[in-house]
Design a protein around this ligand. Structure first.
Ligand code: 5CA
Ligand code: ZN
Length: 422
Protein backbone atom coordinates (compact mmCIF):
# COMPACT_ATOMS: atom_id res chain seq x y z
CA UNK A 1 0.00 0.00 0.00
CA UNK A 2 1.00 3.60 -0.40
CA UNK A 3 2.61 4.94 2.79
CA UNK A 4 2.60 8.68 3.60
CA UNK A 5 5.20 11.44 3.02
CA UNK A 6 8.11 11.75 5.44
CA UNK A 7 8.55 14.97 7.41
CA UNK A 8 12.01 16.57 7.34
CA UNK A 9 14.22 15.13 10.06
CA UNK A 10 16.93 17.53 11.27
CA UNK A 11 20.35 16.04 12.07
CA UNK A 12 21.55 16.87 15.58
CA UNK A 13 25.12 17.27 16.82
CA UNK A 14 26.54 13.99 18.21
CA UNK A 15 24.52 10.81 18.69
CA UNK A 16 22.00 9.68 21.27
CA UNK A 17 22.32 6.81 23.79
CA UNK A 18 20.91 3.29 23.50
CA UNK A 19 17.13 3.24 23.87
CA UNK A 20 15.84 1.34 26.89
CA UNK A 21 12.21 0.25 26.80
CA UNK A 22 9.74 -1.84 28.80
CA UNK A 23 9.33 -5.31 27.34
CA UNK A 24 5.99 -6.92 28.28
CA UNK A 25 7.35 -10.43 27.85
CA UNK A 26 10.28 -10.01 30.26
CA UNK A 27 8.36 -7.61 32.50
CA UNK A 28 11.20 -5.09 32.76
CA UNK A 29 12.92 -2.20 31.04
CA UNK A 30 15.52 -3.63 28.64
CA UNK A 31 18.17 -2.25 26.31
CA UNK A 32 17.15 -2.32 22.70
CA UNK A 33 20.34 -3.35 20.95
CA UNK A 34 19.53 -3.22 17.28
CA UNK A 35 21.99 -3.94 14.49
CA UNK A 36 22.88 -1.35 11.85
CA UNK A 37 19.24 -1.43 10.80
CA UNK A 38 16.72 -1.53 13.62
CA UNK A 39 13.53 -3.45 12.77
CA UNK A 40 10.08 -2.61 14.14
CA UNK A 41 6.57 -3.87 13.43
CA UNK A 42 3.63 -1.88 14.80
CA UNK A 43 0.06 -3.12 14.51
CA UNK A 44 -1.92 -0.78 12.30
CA UNK A 45 -5.52 0.29 12.10
CA UNK A 46 -8.66 -1.56 11.18
CA UNK A 47 -9.98 1.12 8.83
CA UNK A 48 -13.70 1.25 9.53
CA UNK A 49 -13.68 4.64 11.24
CA UNK A 50 -11.40 7.67 11.54
CA UNK A 51 -8.20 7.80 13.62
CA UNK A 52 -9.04 8.64 17.23
CA UNK A 53 -6.69 10.06 19.84
CA UNK A 54 -6.03 6.59 21.30
CA UNK A 55 -4.67 5.34 17.97
CA UNK A 56 -2.70 8.56 17.55
CA UNK A 57 -1.11 8.21 21.02
CA UNK A 58 0.02 4.67 20.22
CA UNK A 59 1.57 5.64 16.88
CA UNK A 60 3.27 8.64 18.51
CA UNK A 61 4.91 6.38 21.13
CA UNK A 62 6.42 4.21 18.40
CA UNK A 63 7.36 7.28 16.40
CA UNK A 64 9.55 8.24 19.36
CA UNK A 65 11.20 4.80 19.21
CA UNK A 66 11.88 5.35 15.50
CA UNK A 67 13.31 8.84 16.12
CA UNK A 68 15.54 7.71 19.01
CA UNK A 69 17.02 4.84 17.04
CA UNK A 70 17.78 7.19 14.15
CA UNK A 71 19.35 9.70 16.52
CA UNK A 72 21.51 6.85 17.91
CA UNK A 73 22.83 6.25 14.37
CA UNK A 74 20.67 3.34 13.20
CA UNK A 75 18.72 2.99 10.01
CA UNK A 76 15.16 1.86 10.80
CA UNK A 77 13.05 -0.62 8.87
CA UNK A 78 9.57 0.17 10.08
CA UNK A 79 6.57 -1.94 9.09
CA UNK A 80 2.90 -1.29 9.77
CA UNK A 81 -0.11 -3.28 8.60
CA UNK A 82 -3.66 -2.31 7.74
CA UNK A 83 -6.35 -4.82 8.76
CA UNK A 84 -8.36 -4.11 5.63
CA UNK A 85 -10.61 -7.16 5.97
CA UNK A 86 -12.17 -8.08 9.31
CA UNK A 87 -15.58 -8.51 10.99
CA UNK A 88 -15.94 -4.91 12.26
CA UNK A 89 -15.19 -3.52 8.80
CA UNK A 90 -17.86 -5.75 7.21
CA UNK A 91 -20.36 -4.94 9.98
CA UNK A 92 -19.87 -1.18 9.60
CA UNK A 93 -20.12 -1.37 5.79
CA UNK A 94 -23.32 -3.39 6.20
CA UNK A 95 -24.78 -0.94 8.72
CA UNK A 96 -24.07 2.03 6.45
CA UNK A 97 -25.02 0.21 3.27
CA UNK A 98 -21.61 0.86 1.84
CA UNK A 99 -19.05 -1.20 -0.07
CA UNK A 100 -16.48 -2.44 2.50
CA UNK A 101 -13.62 -1.76 0.05
CA UNK A 102 -14.67 1.87 -0.38
CA UNK A 103 -14.98 2.28 3.40
CA UNK A 104 -11.51 0.78 4.02
CA UNK A 105 -9.88 2.87 1.32
CA UNK A 106 -11.46 6.10 2.54
CA UNK A 107 -10.52 5.58 6.20
CA UNK A 108 -7.00 4.48 5.29
CA UNK A 109 -6.57 7.66 3.22
CA UNK A 110 -7.76 9.75 6.17
CA UNK A 111 -5.32 7.90 8.46
CA UNK A 112 -2.44 8.82 6.13
CA UNK A 113 -3.50 12.47 6.29
CA UNK A 114 -3.70 12.37 10.10
CA UNK A 115 -0.27 10.73 10.41
CA UNK A 116 1.21 13.28 7.99
CA UNK A 117 -0.28 16.18 9.95
CA UNK A 118 1.07 14.74 13.21
CA UNK A 119 4.55 14.42 11.64
CA UNK A 120 4.75 10.68 12.24
CA UNK A 121 7.65 9.11 10.31
CA UNK A 122 6.08 6.77 7.72
CA UNK A 123 6.71 3.01 7.61
CA UNK A 124 8.88 1.69 4.76
CA UNK A 125 6.30 -1.05 4.36
CA UNK A 126 2.65 -0.19 4.89
CA UNK A 127 0.97 -3.49 4.08
CA UNK A 128 -2.69 -4.49 3.80
CA UNK A 129 -4.07 -7.87 4.86
CA UNK A 130 -5.90 -8.33 1.55
CA UNK A 131 -2.80 -7.84 -0.59
CA UNK A 132 -1.03 -10.41 1.66
CA UNK A 133 -3.60 -13.21 1.26
CA UNK A 134 -1.55 -15.44 -1.10
CA UNK A 135 1.37 -15.40 1.37
CA UNK A 136 -0.94 -16.00 4.33
CA UNK A 137 -2.46 -18.98 2.52
CA UNK A 138 0.99 -20.43 1.85
CA UNK A 139 1.80 -20.12 5.55
CA UNK A 140 -1.40 -21.86 6.61
CA UNK A 141 -0.63 -24.67 4.16
CA UNK A 142 2.79 -25.07 5.76
CA UNK A 143 1.20 -25.34 9.23
CA UNK A 144 -1.29 -27.93 7.90
CA UNK A 145 1.52 -29.89 6.21
CA UNK A 146 3.50 -29.88 9.45
CA UNK A 147 0.51 -31.17 11.41
CA UNK A 148 0.37 -27.97 13.51
CA UNK A 149 -3.01 -26.82 12.19
CA UNK A 150 -6.30 -28.62 11.58
CA UNK A 151 -9.49 -28.16 9.59
CA UNK A 152 -12.63 -28.26 11.72
CA UNK A 153 -14.78 -31.18 10.59
CA UNK A 154 -18.14 -29.32 10.69
CA UNK A 155 -18.16 -28.42 7.00
CA UNK A 156 -17.36 -24.71 7.53
CA UNK A 157 -13.82 -24.99 6.19
CA UNK A 158 -12.47 -23.11 9.23
CA UNK A 159 -8.84 -23.86 10.13
CA UNK A 160 -7.25 -23.55 13.60
CA UNK A 161 -3.74 -23.56 15.02
CA UNK A 162 -3.15 -26.38 17.52
CA UNK A 163 -1.52 -24.39 20.31
CA UNK A 164 -0.92 -27.46 22.47
CA UNK A 165 1.99 -28.05 20.08
CA UNK A 166 3.38 -24.51 20.45
CA UNK A 167 6.02 -24.66 23.21
CA UNK A 168 6.32 -20.90 23.68
CA UNK A 169 2.58 -20.29 24.08
CA UNK A 170 1.88 -17.81 26.90
CA UNK A 171 5.41 -16.43 26.93
CA UNK A 172 4.64 -13.03 25.44
CA UNK A 173 1.79 -12.05 27.77
CA UNK A 174 2.80 -14.19 30.76
CA UNK A 175 -0.91 -14.70 31.55
CA UNK A 176 -2.34 -17.81 33.17
CA UNK A 177 -4.99 -19.85 31.37
CA UNK A 178 -7.99 -18.25 33.08
CA UNK A 179 -6.81 -14.74 32.18
CA UNK A 180 -6.13 -15.82 28.62
CA UNK A 181 -9.60 -17.35 28.30
CA UNK A 182 -11.18 -14.12 29.55
CA UNK A 183 -9.34 -11.87 27.09
CA UNK A 184 -9.78 -14.38 24.27
CA UNK A 185 -13.58 -14.30 24.62
CA UNK A 186 -13.58 -10.50 24.98
CA UNK A 187 -11.30 -9.74 22.04
CA UNK A 188 -12.54 -11.67 19.04
CA UNK A 189 -11.70 -15.26 20.08
CA UNK A 190 -14.10 -18.23 20.25
CA UNK A 191 -13.21 -20.37 23.29
CA UNK A 192 -16.59 -22.14 23.23
CA UNK A 193 -16.54 -23.17 19.58
CA UNK A 194 -17.37 -26.86 19.28
CA UNK A 195 -14.93 -29.20 17.58
CA UNK A 196 -11.73 -27.33 18.46
CA UNK A 197 -8.94 -29.34 20.07
CA UNK A 198 -8.35 -26.65 22.74
CA UNK A 199 -10.56 -23.69 23.74
CA UNK A 200 -7.58 -21.35 23.19
CA UNK A 201 -6.81 -22.51 19.64
CA UNK A 202 -6.98 -19.43 17.36
CA UNK A 203 -8.54 -19.30 13.92
CA UNK A 204 -6.13 -19.20 10.98
CA UNK A 205 -8.67 -19.26 8.19
CA UNK A 206 -12.42 -18.69 8.05
CA UNK A 207 -14.26 -20.69 5.42
CA UNK A 208 -16.73 -18.99 3.06
CA UNK A 209 -19.93 -17.52 4.52
CA UNK A 210 -22.92 -16.16 2.59
CA UNK A 211 -22.62 -12.42 2.00
CA UNK A 212 -18.94 -12.26 3.00
CA UNK A 213 -16.06 -11.67 0.58
CA UNK A 214 -13.76 -14.64 0.06
CA UNK A 215 -10.50 -15.50 -1.64
CA UNK A 216 -8.83 -18.73 -2.77
CA UNK A 217 -7.58 -20.42 0.39
CA UNK A 218 -5.44 -23.31 1.61
CA UNK A 219 -5.77 -26.59 -0.34
CA UNK A 220 -8.18 -25.18 -2.90
CA UNK A 221 -10.76 -23.90 -0.41
CA UNK A 222 -12.27 -20.41 -0.19
CA UNK A 223 -12.58 -17.90 2.64
CA UNK A 224 -10.61 -15.20 4.43
CA UNK A 225 -7.67 -15.08 6.84
CA UNK A 226 -7.72 -14.95 10.62
CA UNK A 227 -6.35 -11.82 12.28
CA UNK A 228 -3.13 -13.00 13.98
CA UNK A 229 -1.69 -14.89 11.01
CA UNK A 230 -1.96 -11.66 8.97
CA UNK A 231 0.44 -9.80 11.22
CA UNK A 232 2.75 -12.83 11.55
CA UNK A 233 2.93 -13.15 7.76
CA UNK A 234 3.44 -9.45 7.06
CA UNK A 235 6.24 -9.23 9.62
CA UNK A 236 7.97 -12.41 8.37
CA UNK A 237 7.76 -11.17 4.84
CA UNK A 238 9.27 -7.77 5.48
CA UNK A 239 11.61 -7.86 8.51
CA UNK A 240 11.80 -11.57 9.30
CA UNK A 241 12.23 -13.25 12.68
CA UNK A 242 14.02 -11.79 15.69
CA UNK A 243 13.18 -8.17 14.94
CA UNK A 244 13.72 -5.55 17.62
CA UNK A 245 10.28 -4.28 18.62
CA UNK A 246 6.75 -5.56 18.14
CA UNK A 247 4.44 -2.70 19.05
CA UNK A 248 0.82 -1.79 19.57
CA UNK A 249 -1.63 -0.75 22.25
CA UNK A 250 -1.95 -2.72 25.51
CA UNK A 251 -5.24 -4.17 24.25
CA UNK A 252 -3.09 -6.29 21.89
CA UNK A 253 -0.97 -8.02 24.58
CA UNK A 254 -3.37 -10.95 24.46
CA UNK A 255 -4.55 -12.57 22.27
CA UNK A 256 -3.12 -10.73 19.26
CA UNK A 257 0.60 -10.47 19.98
CA UNK A 258 0.72 -13.83 21.73
CA UNK A 259 -0.72 -15.60 18.69
CA UNK A 260 1.21 -13.61 16.07
CA UNK A 261 4.39 -14.72 17.83
CA UNK A 262 3.24 -18.33 18.22
CA UNK A 263 2.23 -18.58 14.53
CA UNK A 264 5.55 -17.17 13.31
CA UNK A 265 7.60 -19.31 15.71
CA UNK A 266 5.72 -22.44 14.58
CA UNK A 267 6.22 -21.53 10.91
CA UNK A 268 9.95 -20.99 11.19
CA UNK A 269 10.70 -23.39 14.06
CA UNK A 270 12.81 -20.60 15.54
CA UNK A 271 12.44 -18.09 18.37
CA UNK A 272 11.87 -15.29 19.12
CA UNK A 273 9.42 -13.56 16.80
CA UNK A 274 10.33 -10.20 18.37
CA UNK A 275 13.11 -9.37 20.83
CA UNK A 276 10.84 -6.96 22.74
CA UNK A 277 7.05 -6.59 22.91
CA UNK A 278 6.16 -3.00 23.65
CA UNK A 279 2.70 -1.75 24.54
CA UNK A 280 1.26 1.73 24.75
CA UNK A 281 -1.36 2.34 27.44
CA UNK A 282 -4.97 3.22 26.68
CA UNK A 283 -6.32 6.71 26.16
CA UNK A 284 -9.77 7.09 27.64
CA UNK A 285 -12.57 9.59 27.59
CA UNK A 286 -15.02 10.05 30.46
CA UNK A 287 -13.63 7.08 32.37
CA UNK A 288 -13.73 4.54 29.54
CA UNK A 289 -11.18 3.31 26.99
CA UNK A 290 -11.61 5.27 23.77
CA UNK A 291 -12.82 2.66 21.30
CA UNK A 292 -14.71 2.45 18.08
CA UNK A 293 -17.08 -0.10 19.52
CA UNK A 294 -17.92 2.14 22.52
CA UNK A 295 -18.32 5.17 20.27
CA UNK A 296 -16.69 7.61 22.77
CA UNK A 297 -14.25 8.98 20.26
CA UNK A 298 -12.35 12.18 19.64
CA UNK A 299 -11.02 12.11 16.10
CA UNK A 300 -7.73 13.66 15.01
CA UNK A 301 -9.37 14.77 11.76
CA UNK A 302 -12.24 16.44 13.64
CA UNK A 303 -9.83 18.47 15.78
CA UNK A 304 -7.83 19.41 12.67
CA UNK A 305 -11.05 20.42 10.94
CA UNK A 306 -11.84 22.67 13.92
CA UNK A 307 -8.54 24.46 13.32
CA UNK A 308 -6.50 22.86 16.13
CA UNK A 309 -2.75 22.89 15.42
CA UNK A 310 -1.67 19.23 14.94
CA UNK A 311 1.51 20.06 16.88
CA UNK A 312 -0.65 20.91 19.91
CA UNK A 313 -2.42 17.51 19.57
CA UNK A 314 0.97 15.82 19.40
CA UNK A 315 2.31 17.73 22.40
CA UNK A 316 -0.87 17.07 24.41
CA UNK A 317 -0.61 13.30 23.82
CA UNK A 318 3.12 13.22 24.59
CA UNK A 319 2.62 15.17 27.83
CA UNK A 320 1.58 11.85 29.44
CA UNK A 321 3.84 8.80 29.67
CA UNK A 322 3.11 6.16 27.03
CA UNK A 323 2.74 3.41 29.67
CA UNK A 324 0.19 5.27 31.79
CA UNK A 325 -3.50 4.83 31.01
CA UNK A 326 -4.77 8.37 30.78
CA UNK A 327 -7.82 10.41 29.94
CA UNK A 328 -8.16 12.91 27.13
CA UNK A 329 -9.53 16.26 28.33
CA UNK A 330 -9.96 19.60 26.58
CA UNK A 331 -7.61 21.04 29.27
CA UNK A 332 -4.80 18.90 27.95
CA UNK A 333 -5.11 20.54 24.56
CA UNK A 334 -5.34 24.03 26.03
CA UNK A 335 -2.16 23.48 28.10
CA UNK A 336 -0.35 22.06 25.07
CA UNK A 337 -1.31 25.04 22.91
CA UNK A 338 -0.02 27.47 25.56
CA UNK A 339 3.21 25.47 25.95
CA UNK A 340 3.70 25.42 22.19
CA UNK A 341 3.26 29.22 22.03
CA UNK A 342 5.84 29.69 24.80
CA UNK A 343 8.36 27.36 23.14
CA UNK A 344 7.84 29.14 19.81
CA UNK A 345 8.45 32.55 21.37
CA UNK A 346 11.66 31.26 22.95
CA UNK A 347 13.12 29.68 19.79
CA UNK A 348 12.41 32.84 17.80
CA UNK A 349 14.80 34.87 19.98
CA UNK A 350 18.33 35.65 18.73
CA UNK A 351 19.96 33.93 21.70
CA UNK A 352 18.97 31.61 24.51
CA UNK A 353 20.07 29.62 27.56
CA UNK A 354 22.75 27.05 26.63
CA UNK A 355 21.49 24.22 24.42
CA UNK A 356 24.05 21.50 25.20
CA UNK A 357 22.56 20.42 28.56
CA UNK A 358 19.07 20.47 27.05
CA UNK A 359 20.12 18.21 24.19
CA UNK A 360 21.87 15.77 26.55
CA UNK A 361 18.92 15.81 28.95
CA UNK A 362 16.35 15.36 26.20
CA UNK A 363 18.21 12.35 24.82
CA UNK A 364 18.59 10.83 28.30
CA UNK A 365 14.94 11.28 29.25
CA UNK A 366 13.60 9.83 26.02
CA UNK A 367 16.09 6.92 25.93
CA UNK A 368 14.85 5.99 29.42
CA UNK A 369 11.66 4.19 28.40
CA UNK A 370 10.37 7.19 26.42
CA UNK A 371 10.02 9.63 29.31
CA UNK A 372 8.31 12.30 27.22
CA UNK A 373 6.90 14.21 30.24
CA UNK A 374 10.47 14.49 31.59
CA UNK A 375 11.71 15.67 28.19
CA UNK A 376 8.95 18.26 27.94
CA UNK A 377 9.80 19.60 31.42
CA UNK A 378 13.38 20.22 30.26
CA UNK A 379 12.20 22.29 27.29
CA UNK A 380 9.83 24.19 29.58
CA UNK A 381 12.74 25.13 31.81
CA UNK A 382 14.94 26.14 28.88
CA UNK A 383 12.15 28.30 27.40
CA UNK A 384 11.49 29.94 30.76
CA UNK A 385 15.18 30.77 31.25
CA UNK A 386 15.53 31.97 27.67
CA UNK A 387 12.48 34.22 27.86
CA UNK A 388 13.77 35.57 31.18
CA UNK A 389 17.04 36.57 29.47
CA UNK A 390 19.28 33.60 30.34
CA UNK A 391 19.90 31.17 33.20
CA UNK A 392 21.24 33.92 35.50
CA UNK A 393 19.50 36.80 33.78
CA UNK A 394 22.93 37.80 32.48
CA UNK A 395 23.51 38.55 28.81
CA UNK A 396 26.85 36.76 28.66
CA UNK A 397 25.20 33.46 29.63
CA UNK A 398 23.20 33.55 26.41
CA UNK A 399 24.13 31.42 23.44
CA UNK A 400 23.29 32.55 19.89
CA UNK A 401 23.16 28.99 18.57
CA UNK A 402 20.84 27.73 21.31
CA UNK A 403 17.40 28.60 19.86
CA UNK A 404 18.22 26.85 16.58
CA UNK A 405 19.64 23.74 18.29
CA UNK A 406 16.71 23.43 20.68
CA UNK A 407 14.26 24.00 17.83
CA UNK A 408 15.95 21.20 15.82
CA UNK A 409 16.10 18.88 18.84
CA UNK A 410 12.40 19.32 19.62
CA UNK A 411 11.66 18.54 15.97
CA UNK A 412 14.04 15.56 15.56
CA UNK A 413 13.40 13.87 18.92
CA UNK A 414 9.84 14.83 19.86
CA UNK A 415 8.59 15.33 16.29
CA UNK A 416 7.23 18.78 17.14
CA UNK A 417 7.88 21.47 14.59
CA UNK A 418 8.21 24.91 16.14
CA UNK A 419 8.50 26.57 12.73
CA UNK A 420 11.54 27.35 10.62
CA UNK A 421 14.49 26.77 12.97
CA UNK A 422 16.63 29.27 11.01
N1 5CA B 1 -5.80 -3.69 13.23
C1 5CA B 1 -5.60 -4.09 14.58
C2 5CA B 1 -4.15 -4.37 14.90
S1 5CA B 1 -3.45 -5.52 13.78
C3 5CA B 1 -6.13 -3.03 15.55
O1 5CA B 1 -6.02 -3.23 16.75
N2 5CA B 1 -6.69 -1.96 14.98
S2 5CA B 1 -7.35 -0.74 15.80
O2 5CA B 1 -7.78 0.20 14.77
O3 5CA B 1 -8.34 -1.21 16.68
O4 5CA B 1 -6.23 -0.09 16.66
C4 5CA B 1 -5.09 0.49 16.05
C5 5CA B 1 -3.97 0.67 17.10
O5 5CA B 1 -4.39 1.59 18.10
C6 5CA B 1 -3.62 -0.63 17.83
O6 5CA B 1 -2.22 -0.65 18.08
C7 5CA B 1 -4.40 -0.51 19.13
O7 5CA B 1 -3.77 -1.25 20.17
C8 5CA B 1 -4.32 0.98 19.39
N3 5CA B 1 -5.46 1.52 20.18
C9 5CA B 1 -6.79 1.26 20.01
N4 5CA B 1 -7.54 1.94 20.92
C10 5CA B 1 -6.65 2.64 21.69
C11 5CA B 1 -6.79 3.55 22.81
N5 5CA B 1 -7.99 3.88 23.32
N6 5CA B 1 -5.66 4.09 23.35
C12 5CA B 1 -4.44 3.78 22.84
N7 5CA B 1 -4.24 2.95 21.78
C13 5CA B 1 -5.34 2.38 21.22
ZN1 ZN C 1 -1.54 -6.72 14.34
Amino acid sequence: MLSWPAPLLPTLPGTGPVLKIYDTSRGEVVDTSPGTTARMYVCGITPYDATHLGHAATYLAFDLVNRLWRDAGHAVHYVQNVTDIDDPLLERADRDNEDWIVLAMRETALFREDMTALRVLPPEDFVGAVESIPRIVAHIETLLDDGLAYVLDDGTGDIYHDVAQAPGFGGESGYDEATMLGFFAERGGDPDRLGKRQPLDPMLWRGPRPGEPSWPGPRGTEGRPGWHIECATIALNTIGMGFDVQGGGSDLVFPHHEYSAVHAEALTATKPFARAYVHAAMIGLDGEKMSKSRGNLVFVSRLRGDGVDPMAIRLALLSGHYRTDRAWTPDLLQTAQERLDTWRRAVELDAGAPAAPVLIGLRQRLADDLDSPGAIALIDRWAEQTLAGGPDAEDDALDEEAPRIVCDAVDALLGISLGDCG
